[in-house]
Ligand binder design. Structure first.
Ligand SMILES: CC(C)(COP(=O)(O)OP(=O)(O)OC[C@H]1O[C@@H](n2cnc3c(N)ncnc32)[C@H](O)[C@@H]1OP(=O)(O)O)[C@@H](O)C(=O)NCCC(=O)NCCS
Length: 220
């Protein structure tokens, strides 16, 4: 497996990214970060460390020296003042995306291993419109579709977390694949009324060796 993966295509140019496989090399954490995972199992330690390494690499690309990246009460990463970002890890990959652009107010990144997505989550994740589309798909295509929609909604959740005080649920977003690398997200009236900028957003995705990678940003 390569020691990095290029995920910049998921975002506009003002976003710096990094992506690396989990568990392939030793990663130093700051003591404050080690404290956050002191009770975690090895798998969680590895994914956390790989995510932090990606975050530091991406922050370095926009001018920040290595620093601890702690978390808020909702477990979202605490980025340096004036920056925004997101971290994700799948079974295999960890990635991070950050920006200091004043043109953005949210960033979402998500990575899912397609074969690990359980079809049983369809009822929890899909709206009625998505369920109708899903039901009409050939069985062989169902898992990839569900993985994409699930990943897109996880990315949306992270993207809106800095700006939305309202709890957002899976049924608050309808995801429609537009072409082979973009999707649109239509938020429910409940969310769009509170946050008009997110009523309709466009995200990007790609598939790589059995994983789906999704990225989305919210304008300022
Ligand atoms: C928070 C959540 C999005 C994490 O996603 P996940 O697929 O389980 O895990 P990922 O590996 O992709 O992401 C984990 C990272 O997300 C980040 N994260 C955790 N909570 C977060 C939050 N509230 N806001 C933003 N980022 C968060 C962290 O960086 C975490 O990694 P770390 O603990 O190593 O720092 C998920 O647990 C969740 O709550 N999902 C609900 C999504 C939802 O309701 N969507 C509907 C919107 S349409």
């Amino acid at each position: 497996m390569p020691d990095t993966l290029h995920i910049a295509e998921l975002f506009p140019d003002c976003v710096a990214t990094a992506c690396r496989p989990i568990g392939q090399s030793a990663i130093d954490l700051f003591p404050q970060e080690q404290e956050l995972i002191k009770k975690a199992v090895d798998k969680r330690r590895s994914e956390f460390a790989a995510g932090r390494a990606c975050a530091r690499e991406a922050l370095c690309a926009i001018g920040f020296a290595p620093m601890p990246i702690l978390q808020n009460d909702a477990r979202a990463p605490l980025w340096p003042d004036g920056t925004l970002g997101a971290i994700s890890h799948s079974h295999t990959w960890a990635g991070a995306a950050v920006t200091r652009s004043p043109d953005l107010s949210g960033i979402g990144l998500d990575i899912e291993t397609i074969k690990r997505v359980n079809l049983d989550i369809a009822r929890m994740v899909l709206t009625q419109q998505e369920t109708d589309f899903y039901a009409a798909l050939p069985d062989a295509e169902k898992k990839q579709y569900l993985a994409l929609v699930f990943s897109a909604k996880e990315a949306v959740y992270k993207c809106l977390s800095p700006v939305s005080a309202i709890r957002i649920g899976f049924k608050d977003a309808i995801v429609q694949q537009t072409d082979g690398h973009t999707f649109e997200v239509f938020m429910s009236g409940r969310i769009a009324d509170a946050l008009p900028a997110c009523a309709c957003m466009t995200g990007r995705f790609f598939l790589h060796e059995g994983s789906v990678f999704t990225g989305i940003v919210l304008g300022a």
